[in-house]
Write a protein that binds this ligand. Structure first.
Ligand code: NCD
Ligand code: ZN
Length: 336
C-alpha cells in the first residue's frame, strides 16, 4: 500500500527538548501537520508564531515537512492584527479555559457578542477556527454538551470554517451534516479504543487523553465517517507527547503519543474493516487539502502488512501500544 502526502491535521510538537526529541517522528512520515499552539505561554503574537516555526524547522532538519502554524485564540484579536498575521498561520485554535493541557488562557462563557469581533474578522479573512469542544461538565458528557455551542457558533458565523477537533462522540458526528460550515478531525486512538481500554481493567495512563475515549456506539459513529472518508472529516492524530514520568504518575498528564505509528495503525484499521486505500488516502490527505485549501509537499509512504513491534519508547516518550505488535510496517518513504 502507498499513501501520498499524508497530513496530520492536529499535532502537538511542543518546544525545547521535547520538540527536538519528537519532531522527526512526524516529519519523517507526514508531509505536514497543523501545529497546536498550547505552549507555555501559548503562541499568540506574530513574533511567537514566526519564532516557533523556525524552531520547528530547525528540529525537523532536512525532512520535507510543512508545519501549518496556528495561533491561540483570544477574543481580543482584532481585524488589523489578524490581517497582519494571516500569512503566517493556517488556522486559529480556540480552547475553553482550563479544559486541557496549557489552556488556562482560553475562552469562558462563549458569549457570541463577546466573540463576534474576532470571529467575524476571521470569517472575512477566511481563517479557519479549530475548536477543542468540551464543557466543564461531567467528563463523559463534556463533548455532547458542547454541541449546542458548536450550533451557536456555526449559526452566528455561517461563513466561518469551524473544525471540531478530535471528535469522540456520535453527537459531534451528527453535527457534520447539519451545518455546512462544521468540519472535524479524528484521531487514530479514538477510532480504536473506548473508555474500557483506558479504565475498564488495569488503568492505562498512555491511553488517557482529552477528550477521554467514549462508548462503543460513539466509536462506531466515528469509524463510519472515517472509513467512508466523509468529505468533512480528516485525520488529526492529536499526538500529544508528555515525558514518561508525567504519564506514569499519580496525576497523569492527558495525551496519547501516536505520531510514529499513526500511519501503520490507520493502514491496519482500514484493512481490518475492508475499507479502500482510496478512502484512507482521502481521510489522511485529500479531505484536509480540500477543507483547508492548502498546497502540500509531496511524499510517498510505502506500507506493508508485516508485523511491527512498537518500541517501548521514542527518546524517552512512551507511544501508544508500546512493546506490542501492530500489523503494518512502513517500508520506505520517498520525498518527491
Ligand atoms: C493535549 C496536550 O497534551 O497538549 N492533550 C490531550 O489529551 N489531547 C491537549 C489537547 O489537545 O487537548
Ligand atoms: Zn490536541
Amino acid at each position: 500500500m502507498q499513501l501520498n502526502a499524508p497530513l496530520d491535521m492536529h499535532l502537538h510538537l511542543r518546544d525545547g527538548e521535547m520538540l527536538e526529541k519528537i519532531a522527526k517522528s512526524s516529519a519523517e512520515t507526514f508531509s505536514g501537520a497543523i501545529i497546536m499552539p498550547n505552549l507555555v505561554p501559548p503562541v499568540s503574537t506574530k513574533e511567537e508564531v514566526v519564532a516557533y516555526r523556525q524552531r520547528i524547522e530547525k528540529a525537523i532538519g532536512k525532512e520535507t515537512f510543512t508545519p501549518y502554524m496556528t495561533l491561540f485564540f483570544k477574543p481580543s484579536y482584532d481585524k488589523a492584527f489578524l490581517e497582519s498575521i494571516k500569512d503566517e498561520i493556517t488556522a486559529i485554535k480556540l480552547y475553553p479555559a482550563g479544559i486541557t493541557t496549557n489552556s488556562e488562557g482560553g475562552v469562558s462563557g462563549f458569549d457570541v457578542e463577546e466573540l463576534r469581533p474576532a470571529l467575524e474578522a476571521m470569517s472575512e479573512l477566511n481563517i479557519p477556527l479549530c475548536v477543542h469542544g468540551e464543557t466543564n461538565g461531567f467528563v463523559m458528557d463534556r463533548e455532547a454538551e458542547f454541541a449546542s455551542i458548536y450550533e451557536r457558533l456555526a449559526t452566528a458565523f455561517p461563513k466561518l470554517k469551524i473544525i471540531m477537533e478530535h471528535i469522540t462522540t456520535k453527537s459531534s458526528v451528527d453535527l457534520l451534516d447539519k451545518f455546512e460550515n462544521l468540519y472535524a478531525s479524528i484521531t487514530i486512538h479514538h477510532l480504536l479504543i473506548t473508555l474500557d481500554d483506558v479504565a475498564g481493567g488495569m488503568l492505562k495512563p498512555h491511553l488517557f487523553c482529552k477528550p477521554i475515549a467514549k462508548r462503543p456506539e460513539d466509536r462506531d459513529a466515528l469509524l463510519k465517517v472515517a472509513l467512508a472518508a466523509h468529505p468533512k472529516v480528516m485525520f488529526g492524530s492529536d499526538s500529544a507527547p508528555h515525558p514518561k514520568h508525567a504519564k506514569e504518575a499519580c496525576g497523569c498528564a492527558a495525551g496519547v503519543f501516536t505520531s510514529p505509528i499513526a500511519l501503520q495503525l490507520l493502514a491496519e484499521l482500514f484493512d481490518n474493516n475492508n475499507a479502500s486505500v482510496e478512502n484512507l488516502q482521502a481521510f489522511v490527505s485529500g479531505n484536509a487539502q480540500n477543507i483547508y485549501d492548502i498546497s502540500v509537499p509531496n511524499k510517498t509512504v510505502f506500507l506493508e502488512k508485516t508485523p511491527f513491534k512498537v518500541p517501548s519508547d521514542y527518546n524517552g516518550v512512551v507511544p501508544m501500544y508500546a512493546d506490542e505488535e501492530i500489523a503494518y510496517s512502513i517500508t520506505k518513504v520517498e520525498n518527491n
